[in-house]
Design a protein around this ligand. Structure first.
Ligand code: UD1
Length: 345
């Protein structure tokens, strides 16, 4: 089948970190991704990496999803769209506290505009990027999809909770939409070809991009945010998942929705590995996987951090037939190969 005959999937935020890896999985599974991105937190050069992996140039529409006229144009001209994966959003927790209006406008404005456009153009299936941040610090671990949501700890977290709520309300109103909400845990790693990965635009705030820069000698020792938490080694615990495993969950969600009966639905899934690792364990995994040493120092706790969270992922396995398969070492090795490729650019 020519790629022109494949089901076309609109991927907003398609040149971003998770978006670009999902695009690769879509192509491998027989879909034709149509990328939308305003390039506010990515680069056009991501298309070169995607071309090297996928063997052809993919279509990118450089638009802001809040621009309804531009979105209408894409939906009209890109051929019949079988489904949408909506990644496009700002995601820095600290920045969201300094720029609340930007976060509410960008993250919620783009969702509202997109859903209105989907309904008008008769596009029914949507995968929405949510986050484990909606749980806050859960009382019981691992967290299941039924764990009660916490009061949002950041504006970023609020945009994810409100985004989920908006979609539930639209589906409840009888709109002809099928929605999968994916709550991501901590995505790390890169494509093993080292052609795409997480672009360190600005000053990275997340653990693995900081480890990579530290190991590459681009910054000093890594500062561990507190070793006095109530965990076995005193450092915070998270559920780190290879970005390719996370990517696969999106494609499985689209395939699952397409198999469902007509009518509307909304379902939520945790997307993690089910294993919690401390900051020290993540650093050890990096050193084991790459043979590189990372200098560590212990600093104060970071405001807003929670002590520990990791996912129960049985629902996704049972329903979507999806499960994470890659190890944290594999993720660290792939991330490091990407960092080295960046250094050669
Ligand atoms: C946070 C959000 C998540 C959001 C993600 C994207 C929560 C619970 N999680 O993830 O929803 O999608 O940001 O930006 O709000 N660490 C250090 N030193 C560092 C950097 C990090 O010790 O220099 C530690 C942190 O304290 C944390 C772990 O590493 O325990 C992971 O941090 P990070 O990568 O920033 O992710 P989260 O805070 O878990």
């Amino acid at each position: 089948m020519s790629f022109r005959d494949r089901p076309r999937i609109l991927v907003t935020g398609g040149t971003g970190f998770i978006g670009s890896h999902t695009v690769v999985d879509l192509v491998e599974q027989g879909f034709e991704p149509v990328l939308v991105d305003d390039l506010s937190n990515s680069e056009r050069s991501v298309l070169d990496g995607l071309e090297a992996i996928c063997g052809r140039r993919l279509e990118l529409h450089e638009i802001d999803c809040r621009d309804r006229a531009a979105l209408d144009r894409v939906l009209r001209e890109a051929g019949p769209i079988a489904g949408v994966i909506h990644f496009a959003a700002a995601k820095a927790v600290g920045e969201s506290q300094r720029r609340p209006l930007h976060y509410y406008s960008n993250n919620l404005g783009s969702l509202l505009t997109l859903v209105e456009a989907m309904i008008e153009h008769g596009v029914r299936d949507l995968v929405f990027s949510s986050s484990c941040t909606v749980y806050g610090q859960p009382g019981q671990l691992p967290v299941t999809e039924d764990t009660p949501l916490a009061e949002p700890a950041s504006v970023y977290g609020a945009t994810k909770q409100i985004g989920e709520r908006i979609l539930r309300d639209v589906v409840a109103s009888g709109a002809s939409l099928r929605v999968t909400l994916l709550r991501y845990f901590n995505p790390i790693g890169a494509h093993p070809s080292a052609r795409i990965g997480e672009l360190p635009l600005g000053d990275p705030q997340n653990l693995v991009p900081i480890i990579l820069q530290s190991a590459a000698g681009l910054r000093g020792p890594i500062r561990i945010f507190g070793d006095d938490w109530n965990t076995p080694d005193g450092t915070c615990i998270r559920d780190y998942i290879h970005v390719l495993d996370l990517a696969a969950a999106h494609v499985k969600s689209l395939e699952w929705m397409a198999r469902q009966a007509e009518g509307s639905l909304i379902e939520v899934f945790n997307v993690g590995t089910g294993r919690g690792r401390s900051v020290q364990e993540a650093l050890d995994a990096f050193e084991r996987a790459t043979g590189r040493r990372v200098e560590r120092e212990v600093g104060p706790r970071r405001p807003g951090d929670i002590e520990q969270i990791f996912a129960a992922c049985e629902k996704a396995e049972r329903t979507l037939g999806w499960k994470a398969t890659r190890s944290i070492e594999e993720a660290m090795r792939d991330a490091w190969a990407w960092q080295e490729a960046l250094g050669r650019r």
